[in-house]
Design a protein around this ligand. Structure first.
Ligand code: 4NP
Length: 163
């Protein structure tokens, strides 16, 4: 049986950054033909937007760049996620801190910053575009595309047999 790897992207509201990462990464996974081996999901540390589709501004930029944001609805991260996922990847320090507190000692999950997988920049956060800062949604998409490429390379190595 072939191995599978699961990845959960986490931001604050699960309507801007993490659903964009979800859509971009699942598209790259599909393009690579690895959709049966890599499970992709997203969640928010906050509860305000549970059940909502992604923010219209994120969807517009994603669609302009060929990414499909359908079938993604906001949910809140929960402790079970730490048993279910191999990687939980935070969009910024605030969310990483919340996830670190939720993570139990026993969990084998890898908790990291999503941007740590990017080979295009040394910055570790994806800035929150919700209130309109730092080049906004286009900049977020560009950062996410870079980190997704690096993450796919990394996960592909993990899927290789050890001999
Ligand atoms: P996200 O952006 O964490 O990238 O989904 C935000 C969405 C909503 C809020 C903050 C950030 N909010 O305060 O409602």
């Amino acid at each position: 049986m072939s191995r599978s790897i699961s990845v959960l992207f986490v931001c604050l509201g699960n309507i801007c950054r993490s659903p964009t990462a979800h859509a971009v990464f699942r598209s790259k996974v599909k393009e690579a033909g690895l959709q049966d081996q890599i499970v992709v999901d997203s969640a928010g540390t906050g509860s305000w937007h549970i059940g909502e589709p992604p923010d219209a501004r994120s969807t517009e930029v994603a669609e302009q760049n060929g990414y499909d944001m359908s079938e993604i609805f906001a949910r809140q991260v929960c402790t079970e996620d730490f048993d279910k996922f191999d990687y939980i990847l935070a969009m910024d320090k605030e969310n990483h801190n919340v996830l670190q507190r939720l993570k139990t000692e026993s969990g084998s999950v890898i908790l990291d910053y999503f941007m740590s997988f990017s080979k295009r920049t040394k910055r570790f956060d994806v800035p929150d575009p919700y209130f309109g800062t730092e080049g906004g949604f286009d900049h977020v998409l560009e950062l996410i595309e870079g980190a997704s490429d690096g993450l796919l390379d990394h996960v592909r190595q993990q899927l290789k047999p050890p001999f």
